[in-house]
Each structure stands twice: as structure tokens, then as C-alpha cells.
Design a protein around this ligand. Structure first.
Ligand code: UGA
Length: 433
């Protein structure tokens, strides 16, 4: 297909990464976003999300003239040979994906799309959305394809340039091939299919990942009961390539902007199709139950004389949904914080990605500038995000400030020897003390 003129609609971490990476492959790319302030910043190569390598790629694209930013979607699609939709598809009514943003853009660009161009859904969308977009466009000369992304936040550039696979779905195999050819230069297997196959592959991948995490978190609880160490058990099963050792770190439950909404959307899709998928329901329910159990552990260890957490001060380390991002969407740390707060705990939290901005969490918790402020006089310290700097903390200073020498490490990120030396009692996930 050669080098093409590409428009990206939506410059979140997926759209911006896609645009900057496609420009780095030689395509001419215009990125559009309705947020003109964001566009102004991007024109100065200011990237406001934590994505290693992305600011440099944006700068390179701007300097080469191959990457441009505009806020007017209608102007952006002018002359485009391929238009990528990289729009939010949040959880909507009864768990279904909310397609309002995708549908609004389809309406907006209907009469402006150049003859013969291809519209590509990169957003995670229910099966049937490509056909729905085609129906909304009412343009027989425009084809609609599906090319789901498999980018992890915080690793998006690396995942784009070194993917495990590239999945493209289109009714016409030639169109699927044309979209796949946009990635010429990237070494990865191509999976070419129809639009339903590509759309479902994306949901299936996120569901499987969620299932792995619910499996390991449940297994961790079993380890605690039986006196086994979760790391040994995971190593014992993970070396089997049929299982794989990746994505098997126990934690405070899975969250983020994708796994929760996608599992719920898939569940809804199953219900609408009359297919019972008990594994999917179990993965979701296990996650909720796991968080309930962790909160019960904190309560059992920290409750006051009345048996509740009323007025008990707790320090939380980490609030983002995982390390390496400032994203708080559907963060398991916040889910746990809410449960602890409901039980009356007074929460002081430190997160390295938030210590400058210090967003207002209202009555839920007070955010501190340093970890030491958070732990001052706290009944216990609870680690909720696996920031590597927590491992390197001055735990002697933490111990001197804590009201009691108790640390819950719900990410298994801390070094037990160091905490022991500091005189702290460490409780982790899937290990007996
Ligand atoms: C996820 C998928 O990993 C990507 O492949 C996918 O493209 C993306 O969603 C998406 O749909 O766009 P992301 O949301 O960035 O990526 O987050 P993950 O790194 O997958 O983490 C998800 C949650 O699982 C986090 O709360 C994380 O802390 C947790 N997790 C992950 C664990 O508790 N243990 C692990 O071993 C791995």
C-alpha cells in the first residue's frame, strides 16, 4: 500500500501513540482532538500522559512534518486515505460499551470522507460495530475495518512497535491486507479476519487477562490458608508454555481503563447473544470478592476496640491503577480506599505520580506530598500500587513515624528482609508471614 495519508480521530494514549508511531514509519499523519488546549500543547510536543518514548516520537514527527495536530475533525479527514477512530468507549448502561463518541464522529465526517477511503475502528467496540459505523456513514464507497489495539498504558510505544500480533478485520480481505500493510516494517504475525473476528479477539484477550488475574488472586488466598508461597506456585505452573508465567502477579484486584469495562461489555454481549459464559462472570465476581477479603484483612489487623475502623488512621502508598501511569480510572487502590473509608478509616495517601498535582479526593482521603507525611501516626501502611520506589523507601524512617509497626503489601513489591530489619511486621498477598 506504500506510505499513506492517515487521519487519527481522538488523541488519548491509543490515538496519540498510533499517530506518532505511524508517522515514524513514514506515513503522513494528522491527529484530531476536540480538546483544542490539548492540540495546542501537542503542537509544542507537550505530552500530558506518562508514556515513555512518546514525547520524543511526537517531537520527531513534528520536526519531519509528517505529524500534524488539528482540533477540527472535519478538516482533519480532508484528503485522508485511512481514518482511524481512537475514541473512548466507556462503560455505559448495564455494562454495555457506550458508542456515543464513535457514532458522533461517524455523523460528523459522513459527507467529508474522501472517495474510497477506509475507516478503521481502533477503539474497543462490541461485535457488530464496524457494520454499524458503515450503516451510519451510508457511503458505499467507504469501507470500515477493525484493527484493535493491544497497547498497555505506560508501554504503549514499545507495544506498538514490537507487538505480539497485528489483528485486522474487514469484510473484503483486500481491505484487511491494505490496513495490515500500514504496519510494513513491524515484525509481527498478521491475523487477517472479518470484522466480527477482530472485534471479538480484542474482548477475548482482555477477558483472558482478567481471568488470569482473578485466578492468581484466588490462588494467593489459598496459599495463605495452606502455608504455600504464591511466587513458588506461580513459578511451578508458569514455566509450562501452555500456561505462561506473565500476568500472574497477585495484587489488590485488577482495574484500569480497559479490563473492567471490557469484561462488562463482553458479559453484556454474551447476555444479548443468549450465551452463558460462567467463567467470565466468575472472573468479575472473584475480583470484587478478592477486594472485600483484603479489606477484611486490614480490618482484622487494625480495628479499634469497637471492632470497626472508625477513626483509625491508615496510610495508603499508591493510588494509580498500576505503576508507571498517572491514570486513576477504575483503580483497584481507589476501590479499596472507598471500602476502607466506608468502614470509617481516616485515609492519608501518597502516590509518586500525584504528589505534585495533589488532586482533591474530597472526603475519601487526603493526599500527601511525601510517603512520610502519609504514614505519620498511622495504625498501618497499605501498599496498593507497585511503584518500584516503594521498595527503596527509607523503611527505618517509616517505622519511626508509624503508630504501629504494621505494613500490608498488597502488591508484593517490598523486600521482607529490609522491613524486618526496620522492625516492621509485613503482610503480603499469597504468603504467610
Ligand atoms: C490492558 C491490556 O494489558 C492491554 O493488552 C490492552 O490493550 C489494554 O488493556 C486495552 O484494552 O487498551 P492496561 O489497562 O494498560 O492494559 O493495564 P494492564 O497492564 O493490563 O493492567 C491491568 C490491571 O491488572 C492493573 O490494575 C494491574 O495492576 C493489574 N495486574 C496486571 C496485576 O494485578 N497483576 C499482573 O500480573 C498484571
Amino acid at each position: 500500500m506504500g506510505l499513506l495519508r492517515i487521519t487519527i480521530v481522538g488523541t488519548g494514549y491509543v490515538g496519540l501513540t498510533t499517530g506518532a508511531c505511524l508517522a515514524s514509519l513514514g506515513h503522513r499523519v494528522v491527529c484530531a482532538d476536540a480538546d483544542w488546549r490539548k492540540i495546542e500543547r501537542l503542537r509544542r510536543a507537550e505530552v500530558d500522559i506518562l508514556e515513555p518514548g512518546l514525547p520524543a516520537l511526537v517531537r520527531e514527527g513534528l520536526d519531519s512534518g509528517r505529524l500534524r495536530f488539528v482540533w477540527d475533525t472535519r478538516a482533519a479527514v480532508e484528503g485522508a486515505e485511512v481514518v482511524f477512530l481512537c475514541l473512548p468507549t466507556p462503560m455505559g448502561v448495564e455494562g454495555a460499551a457506550d458508542l456515543a463518541a464513535v457514532e458522533a464522529v461517524a455523523d460528523e465526517v459522513r459527507d467529508l470522507l474522501p472517495h474510497g477511503c477506509t475507516v478503521v475502528n481502533k477503539s474497543t467496540v462490541p461485535v457488530g460495530t464496524a457494520e454499524r459505523v458503515a450503516a451510519l456513514l451510508r457511503r458505499p464507497d467507504v469501507t470500515v475495518a477493525s484493527n484493535p489495539e493491544f497497547l498497555r498504558e505506560g508501554h504503549a510505544v514499545d507495544d506498538f512497535l514490537h507487538p505480539d500480533r497485528i489483528v485486522v478485520g474487514a469484510a473484503d480481505p483486500e481491505v484487511a491486507q491494505r490496513v495490515a500493510d500500514l504496519y510494513t516494517g513491524i515484525d509481527a504475525p498478521r491475523v487477517l479476519t472479518d470484522t466480527a473476528g477482530a472485534e471479538l479477539a480484542k474482548y477475548a484477550a482482555n477477558f483472558f487477562l482478567a481471568m488470569k488475574l482473578s485466578f492468581v488472586n484466588n490462588l494467593a488466598t489459598l496459599c495463605e490458608r495452606l502455608g504455600a508461597d504464591i511466587d513458588d506456585v506461580v513459578a511451578g505452573v508458569g514455566h509450562d508454555p501452555r500456561i505462561g508465567g506473565a500476568f500472574l502477579s497477585p495484587g489488590p484486584g485488577w482495574g484500569g481503563s480497559c479490563l473492567p469495562k471490557d469484561t462488562h461489555a463482553l458479559l453484556r454481549l454474551c447476555e444479548d447473544s443468549g450465551v452463558d459464559f460462567p467463567l467470565l462472570r466468575a472472573a468479575i465476581e472473584t475480583n470484587v470478592e478478592h477486594q472485600r477479603r483484603l479489606v477484611a484483612r486490614v480490618r482484622a489487623g487494625c480495628a479499634g476496640e469497637d471492632g470497626s475502623l472508625r477513626g483509625v488512621r491508615l496510610a495508603l502508598l499508591g493510588l494509580t491503577f498500576k505503576a508507571g501511569t498517572s491514570d486513576l480510572r477504575d483503580s483497584p487502590a481507589l476501590a479499596l480506599a472507598r471500602r476502607l473509608r466506608e468502614q470509617g478509616a481516616e485515609l492519608y495517601a501518597y502516590d509518586p505520580a500525584l504528589s505534585e498535582l495533589r488532586p482533591d479526593f474530597g472526603d475519601l482521603l487526603t493526599i500527601t506530598r511525601t510517603p512520610f507525611e502519609a504514614v505519620e501516626e498511622a495504625r498501618a501502611c497499605v501498599v496498593l500500587t507497585e511503584w518500584p520506589q516503594f521498595r527503596e523507601l527509607d523503611w527505618e524512617s517509616v517505622a519511626a513515624r508509624l503508630g504501629a509497626p504494621l505494613v500490608y503489601d498488597f502488591r508484593n513489591v517490598l523486600d521482607p528482609v529490609r522491613l524486618d530489619k526496620a522492625g516492621l511486621v509485613l503482610e503480603s498477598v499469597g504468603r504467610t508471614p
